[in-house]
Design a binder for this molecule. Structure first.
Ligand SMILES: *[C@@H]1O[C@H](CO)[C@@H](O)[C@H](O)[C@H]1NC(C)=O
Ligand SMILES: *[C@@H]1O[C@H](CO)[C@@H](O)[C@H](O)[C@H]1NC(C)=O
Length: 485
């Protein structure tokens, strides 16, 4: 079945349930993988239907190995956990670190995003890269795909243990990256491996998992370091597919973690655009890309983070709303981190926030600009940050004419895509309201009292030569750092 249709079906089944023959089957055993039951905690309240996983013969999981010397689909080698010779005769080397990529619901191991992530990881570091392709078990109904993750996780754990025993691979050097249901597969694999090095959960699936016992989902006990990126945690009624729940040692919430910029939000927008894109472009992946846009953003962000020179710096904050006001750009001690590939190099733990752009490259730099006026004004103020490497585009501090009384501080949260370097000056222009009704009540020019800027990436708080400066109506002025006034 085609992805767009599949995604719509998924919500119907997740919300209303359906009848499966296997509902009556409460326990299955699959040889060395062990037995799987539908007993607690697998039958929790968040699971309207609980079924046992399909057999490995049906799921047909394939572990596809790639290395720098065998990077393409034509070079891929299939590893079997039950046959050590497939490992020993392959390009796999226990002296290199190993990364796994695990897809989620309705995807398979050769989707474009997997090829992109594989390529970026191999370019970054000389590793063994293994794609877990469980496409035969990842289709509808959702309840069955959910159950199948237990078998795929068990198989992945078996393979890792086999790699450890036959090649001197160290568990600490193994990193499992999973998207959606794949994040929970990574969790199940981690349950079976002593001190698995790292799991990255990319928007771990919410339906059937969120709020469940840690045994049934990804959690911080599954590896020595678990980092999670949440991108689509809006409610299931709005077709949100990811979890809002903290599941790792460090959890990143870009743009609040619920809806991503450049993606539709809300049920109606998502469904209508999905159907439209699927039909008008005769491309069902285009339909899926619309309904799952925020969900899929998680792997795009991670892949970008592998090679980006922009750091995806993330900050602790009491809430996403508070972060969006620009109130949390200060890092005390080592409580800030970088989202994605580099997060393991930071000591920060807990929930961290950042904003991103709507289009690739997504990473940006965060600033808070404060401007305090000495007299009343009514108009629009535009600022330009002047850095050592270039200028920002003009930033409107308000979208429309706004009245500000004397002594009021205008505070603006700014995100800039380019690295313009250390900010050495701020240029500002005041365009007074042209309203004939109120314009007479305000002075022609605007007198400043203070201009200050917090630069999140450098942690520098700077003030500029704003005190006593006059911004002449419609004319820009530039103010250097306060030490230079
Ligand atoms: C694994 O390590 C042991 C001891 O360090 C060594 O004797 C053996 O040759 C290694 N095996 C492989 C496959 O590298
Ligand atoms: C801007 O003003 C707010 C509120 O007074 C303050 O908390 C914040 O530190 C200021 N930021 C800068 C860059 O001056």
């Amino acid at each position: 079945m085609k992805p767009a249709v599949v995604f719509l079906f998924f919500f119907l089944t997740a919300c209303y349930g359906f009848i499966l023959d296997s509902v009556t089957n409460r326990k299955v055993c699959y040889g060395e993988l062990g037995c799987f039951t539908t007993d607690a905690p697998f039958n929790g309240l968040q699971r309207p239907i609980t079924v046992v996983p399909a057999s490995p013969d049906v799921i047909k999981t394939q572990f596809l190995l790639y290395t720098r010397d065998s990077p393409t689909t034509a070079d891929e080698q299939v590893l079997l956990y039950s046959d050590a010779s497939t490992i020993l005769s392959s390009m796999y080397s226990g002296s290199r670190p190993t990364a796994f990529i695990v897809h989620g619901f309705t995807h398979h191991g050769h989707r474009q995003w997997i090829l992109n992530m594989k390529q970026a990881l191999l370019k970054k570091r000389n590793i063994n890269l293994i794609v877990v392709d469980w496409g035969h078990g990842a289709g509808i109904p959702y309840a069955q795909a959910t159950a199948n993750t237990r078998v795929v996780g068990a198989e992945t754990g078996m393979l890792i243990n086999q790699l450890i025993s036959v090649t001197n691979t160290s568990a600490a050097d193994v990193h499992v990256i999973g998207h959606s249901l794949g994040a929970h597969i990574a969790g199940y694999a981690g349950d079976r491996v002593q001190h698995l090095g790292r799991i990255t959960g990319l928007d771990p699936a919410d339906p059937y998992f969120q709020g469940g016992d840690p045994i049934i989902r990804l959690d911080a006990t599954d590896a020595d370091f678990v980092d999670v990126i949440h991108t689509d945690a809006s409610s299931i009624l709005e077709l949100g597919m990811g979890s809002i729940q903290q599941m790792g040692h460090v959890d990143f919430y870009p743009n609040g973690g619920k809806d991503q910029p450049g993606c539709d939000a809300g049920l109606l927008g998502k469904v209508s655009h999905t159907v439209w894109n699927a039909v008008s472009q005769l491309d069902l992946y285009a339909g899926e890309a619309t309904v799952a846009c925020s969900h899929e953003r998680s792997y795009e962000l991670f892949t970008e983070s592998i090679s980006s020179s922009c750091p995806f710096k993330a900050y602790p904050c009491t809430s996403a709303a508070e972060f969006d006001l620009g109130h949390c750009l200060r890092c005390h001690g080592d409580e800030c981190s970088e989202m994605g590939y580099n997060s393991i190099n930071f000591a920060a733990r807990g929930s961290l926030y950042l904003q991103t752009q709507a289009n690739a490259p997504f990473c940006n730099y965060h600033y808070q600009l404060n401007v305090t006026g000495k007299n009343n004004m009514d108009g629009v103020v535009t600022a330009v940050l002047q850095g050592q490497n270039g200028n920002s585009s003009p930033i409107k501090l308000m979208t429309d004419n706004e009245v500000h009384t004397q002594g009021h501080t205008i505070s603006k949260f700014i995100k800039i895509k380019e690295d313009i370097g250390e900010i050495v000056a701020v240029a500002m222009q005041y365009d007074k309201t042209s309203s004939v009704l109120t314009g007479w009540a305000y002075p022609e020019d605007w007198l400043l009292m203070g201009v200050s800027l917090m630069d999140g990436s450098t942690q520098q708080l700077s003030s500029f030569c704003g005190y006593g400066k006059t911004v002449t109506n419609h004319k820009a002025i530039s103010m250097g750092l306060s030490g230079t006034c």
